[in-house]
Design a protein around this ligand. Structure first.
Ligand SMILES: [Fe+2]
Length: 379
């Protein structure tokens, strides 16, 4: 479908054009400019036009499918309603994130991720999806079956990102055992003795599996051309390991020290948009805002609130002097696209996909007015 959008504030990769126009044909951006075009087009009434957002880590498909611990919703219906929420949040490329590897905390859906992935495929083949769906496998290293599950998945489906997680008590996100105890006591009330037994079991799993599984998963990703993310890197030693493993994205580093070392080493540092919107980490780790002020925040992810991605990107320039709107938008578009090898999208540049979002900036926050994926209106 051909589209000519006029009277728009265009957010280009390196600057903002206050009044401009953009033409898309056959799913691609073909031309754009300042002022008014020669032909009449659709008047965007001065609203902001940005590239479609690229989301690397959202657990929302899992929560649409399993809205309560004991409830499973129709996988097809869950995919459609999740897809609609993602599109309405201004996201045009989403990495559906699945936890892989049963663990003592039983947070993963186990083999049910097959069913969900099949449902995404069915919905896509039927032409029912608004957004471009990709797959992110979140691999819990200290799990006995993480490797066989990830290998079987990669054999059967396209995977675009693998992250390497280790939530063993005393490690990374939970370097402090006290913090771990507080977090898990809130999630599932256990007696002190039960908690001790649980910790001992997880430490044993860590000793048996974490190192070997990490090596094998890095090999699996490399031999299949899949981008890698580290998770919760905490120390410079973690970062050195990530660099040695050829990791592209440092997902949610927990300390300023790890984030700075990652950024300086060439990793893209990704932080949660809710962390930025709320003004801090919900689990007591480093604040995304502090990293943005230090110039080491590269990517934002909506994590557990899809709408937070756009909110955070529009809030960033007012929170951090020196970050312009086009710099902030890059953290949710071009940089996550490039980090995962998607070179055909993420910027308002002729030749790239016409993934576009019209945003009205209201006094109460940014409002998504229209979304196009490859030139087609999807929200
Ligand atoms: Fe984590």
């Amino acid at each position: 479908m051909d589209t000519l959008l006029t009277n728009a504030c265009l957010v280009l990769p390196d600057r903002v054009v206050e009044r401009g126009w953009l033409r898309a044909e056959q799913g691609r951006i073909v031309d754009l400019g300042e002022g008014d075009p020669a032909d009449p087009g659709a008047d965007l009434d001065g609203d902001v036009l940005i590239p479609g957002l690229v989301e690397l880590h959202t657990d929302h498909l899992e929560s649409h499918y399993a809205p309560r611990p004991s409830v499973r919703w129709s996988a097809f219906s869950a995919v459609l309603s999740y897809d609609a929420q993602i599109a309405a949040s201004g996201i045009t490329t989403v990495f559906d994130s699945f936890r892989v590897g049963s663990d003592a905390d039983s947070g993963s859906l186990g083999s049910e991720i097959w069913k969900l992935t099949e449902a995404v495929r069915t919905a896509g083949n039927g032409g029912h999806l608004r957004v471009d769906h990709r797959t992110h496998l979140r691999c819990e290293l200290a799990s006995p079956d993480v490797l066989e599950t990830a290998e079987a998945f990669v054999d059967r489906f396209a995977v675009d990102l693998i992250s390497l997680m280790d939530h063993t008590p005393g490690q990374r996100q939970f370097r402090s055992l006290d913090a771990w105890r507080r977090f898990y006591t809130r999630k599932s009330p256990m007696s002190a003795a039960e908690l001790d037994g649980f910790i001992a079991k997880r430490l044993d799993l860590h000793a048996r599996y974490a190192h070997a599984h990490r090596q094998r998963l890095v090999e699996l990703a490399k031999s299949n051309g899949i981008a890698l993310a580290s998770h919760d890197d905490t120390t410079v030693e973690h970062v050195a390991e990530s660099l040695a493993d050829g990791i592209a994205v440092a997902e949610f580093p927990t300390t300023g020290e790890a984030a700075r070392a990652s950024h300086e080493g060439g990793l893209r540092v990704m932080m949660g948009a809710p962390n930025l919107v709320r003004g801090g980490s919900h689990s007591g780790n480093v604040a995304a805002l502090e990293l943005a002020e230090d110039g080491v925040l590269d990517i934002l992810s909506s994590d557990y609130v899809p709408a937070s991605l756009l909110m955070a990107a529009f809030a960033l320039p007012s929170r951090v002097p020196g970050i312009a709107l086009h710099d902030a938008i890059r953290t949710v578009t071009e940089t996550p696209a490039q980090a995962t090898g998607l070179t055909d999208r993420g910027a308002l540049v002729p030749g790239l996909r016409a993934d576009l979002v019209r945003v009205h900036v209201s006094p109460d926050g940014p409002v998504v007015r229209q979304v196009w994926r490859e030139g087609r209106v999807v929200a």
